[in-house]
Design a protein around this ligand. Sequence first.
Ligand code: HEC
Ligand code: HEC
Length: 241
Amino acid sequence: MRRDFAMLRSLPLALWLALAVVTGTAAPTLAADDAGGALLTERCASCHNLTGPATTTVEGIRARKGPDLFYAGDKFRAEWLEGWLQKPARIRPAGAFYGDHIKATDKWDVVDESTLAAHPSLSAADARLSAAALMQRHAGRERLQGVKVEEVSLPMFMGDMLFDKFKGCIACHQSGRDYGGLSGPELYTAAERLRPEFMYSYMQNPQAWDPRIWMPNMHLAAEDLNKLVTYLQMIAGEEEQ
Ligand code: HEC
Ligand code: HEC
């Protein structure tokens, strides 16, 4: 059972909270910033929205080739970003728009891997430049103001129940490798990738970030939002060990 030794494998919460504080990078020089911005425009803009605003139509969502990055500085942990750009691993099991990469079977949806392309990978120097330029993008900053994630104590089985049964997040998200739905990003890596305040704010009101996204607004109370952020921090890193 995945959960039996889950506590041993999860990173201490205190460490995550400490890491969360270190989300900014040292301010790049103007020249480096320009070079990073130029690199993004040249090599990333064909698939990613770098300037906003988010699409407000369902067709726009369907046509999107990659996730929006114009609020990357509000979303990502800088360390993760720089590392991932050098060694990108899949986050959305069925790609940016899952409908394009799913084969329906009698029982269950299956990802058609042959239709998914590997993400371009960057040299260490280019990853540093683009991560720094992305971390300057703060279009969602005002939504994070006032978000205060509170540490709560949550037994793993209660977190599992909340995520799987009470809130039904498991229908769209994986909470372990090959465990969960395919239409949203895997969440057992969420706390490595994302700032805690972003996770809280996104779960509170997904459409505030992405007006047409199919994640429902579940009108979660602060107590549940804190529990879910804690849960995502608890399951992070489990699969790697
Ligand atoms: C050919 C299209 C394409 C190009 C070009 C591209 N990306 Fe992506 N990118 C994607 C797709 C598709 C995903 C979703 C991958 C996944 O979830 O597994 C993605 C995911 C990402 C993510 C994670 C976003 C998130 O919200 O989870 C980042 C960061 C990223 N790309 C940065 C870049 C940068 C920087 C460049 C340019 C150097 C770039 N990408 C070029 C298609 C592209
Ligand atoms: C109907 C499907 C669906 C359900 C149910 C759902 N989500 Fe989502 N979720 C999504 C989609 C789609 C996205 C955004 C996809 C993207 O950025 O490409 C998302 C994004 C997220 C993100 C940001 C992840 C990232 O990598 O950007 C978090 C955190 C999250 N969901 C948590 C939850 C939690 C917790 C629940 C249950 C309370 C839940 N979701 C229920 C579909 C769903």
